[in-house]
Design a protein around this ligand. Structure first.
Ligand SMILES: NC(=O)c1ccc[n+]([C@@H]2O[C@H](COP(=O)([O-])OP(=O)(O)OC[C@H]3O[C@@H](n4cnc5c(N)ncnc54)[C@H](OP(=O)(O)O)[C@@H]3O)[C@@H](O)[C@H]2O)c1
Length: 332
């Protein structure tokens, strides 16, 4: 099969991206709990960018095949996976020897979600990670009964699902973006409270809107001083939930007094750990209800561009230049 290969990690994202090449690889015999998936599409997420830079929590031996998420059809099965033969699936793979940026990839049965026949396979390529992340994060809002929340990286796809869930639940969403054009896009899509972090009076705007709406949950995918600004702007008895570190900076300027006297906490969210604590059958139930929302057209991952494996570098360049535009799909 043809696959994209990363020869070595490089903190410089441009160099890491330019080093990607196409190679032929031989497929090995499957373990009993494994399936072989003929790739329909793979996606490029921020975690893939961090991976090729060698700064993600998954480090495979190099040369490595990148790509954690994708969709396709099961074309070969191990002994214990016979019932999955021929199924369309969405998958999340983090094993050392395979990645989704390839013509075929191997996944464990526990890492695939069988897709309904009505589910679009392009949407399926971005189904296992972000919709469930937004769902898991939004559980915090539901449990807390929060009336308002703050989030950053609001032009991203997780944030877009959170906004949708906010509408459904009746929780007001304060969105923070870093570019004017992203703010305009969100407002055109119906977002009600959008702030631009680079505006001169951003701190005042954030304080004013928070005094009015009294958010008690904040979702932070950025870090740096924005973590502190969001934390400090939250109402008392609130939770800043960190789920990404897009700025590559530590969390800064969180008020000590607020933490002590206003009962504010900081917590982390990780999809894999969230999945592990679900009751038996719960993940399948959530998956069915989320898939139905995609099939009905209520939920959709925005896709900005689709490239073939050979055009990966061009594709990643475009994605990095306009992440809020939507996801990059990679097809064999
Ligand atoms: N913890 C978990 O389990 C989990 C699961 C899924 C995703 N995540 C994380 O969630 C975050 C969002 O993922 P996604 O798939 O929704 O992203 P996405 O759709 O690819 O979009 C990324 C968004 O982040 C913005 N952004 C990038 N770098 C930024 C920076 N330094 N400062 C401010 N904004 C920045 C982009 O804005 P521009 O258009 O301005 O570039 C864009 O709106 C990522 O950090 C990802 O790793 C975590």
């Amino acid at each position: 099969m043809k696959t994209i290969v990363l020869p070595d990690y490089n903190k410089n994202v441009l160099r890491a991206m330019l080093s990607l090449k196409i190679e032929e690889r031989v497929l090995h015999k499957l373990q009993s709990d494994e399936v072989l998936i003929k790739t329909h599409a793979a996606v490029c997420n921020p975690s893939d960018i961090a991976f090729i830079q060698g700064v993600y929590n998954i480090v495979k031996p190099v040369p490595a095949i990148p790509g954690f998420e994708g969709s396709g059809q099961i074309v070969e099965v191990g002994e214990k996976a016979k019932e999955l033969m021929g199924k369309n699936v969405s998958a999340f793979v983090q094993n050392d020897t395979h990645g989704t940026w390839a013509e075929y990839f191997v996944a464990k049965t526990s890492d695939v979600i069988v897709l309904s026949e009505d589910m679009d396979l392009d949407q399926g390529a971005c189904f296992t990670v972000n919709p469930f992340t937004a769902y898991g994060l939004f559980e915090i809002v539901r449990i807390a009964g929060a009336k308002a929340l703050i989030q950053n990286a609001s032009g991203g796809q997780v944030a877009a699902f959170i906004r949708k869930m906010g509408d459904e639940f009746g929780c007001k969403v304060i969105d923070i973006v870093r570019k004017k054009e992203t703010a305009e896009m969100l407002v055109a899509e119906g977002a009600k409270h959008v702030l631009i972090e680079t505006d001169e009076d951003f701190d005042k705007q954030l304080k004013d809107i928070c005094n009015k709406l009294k958010p008690t949950v904040a979702f932070d995918a950025v870090g740096g001083t924005l973590s502190g600004k969001m934390f400090n702007a939250l109402a008392p008895h609130s939770d800043l939930v960190v789920y990404g570190g897009l700025s590559n900076k530590p969390m800064l300027e969180l008020s000590i007094m607020d933490t002590i006297f206003n009962d504010k906490i900081v917590s982390g969210f990780n999809l894999i750990d969230w999945k592990k604590q679900l009751a038996e059958g719960e993940f399948e139930e959530i998956s069915q209800s989320l898939q139905q929302k995609f099939i009905d057209g209520d939920y959709k991952t925005k896709i900005y561009n689709t490239v073939e494996l050979v055009n990966i570098v061009k594709g990643i360049k475009g994605y990095l230049g306009n992440m809020s535009g939507g996801k990059l799909l990679i097809k064999p």
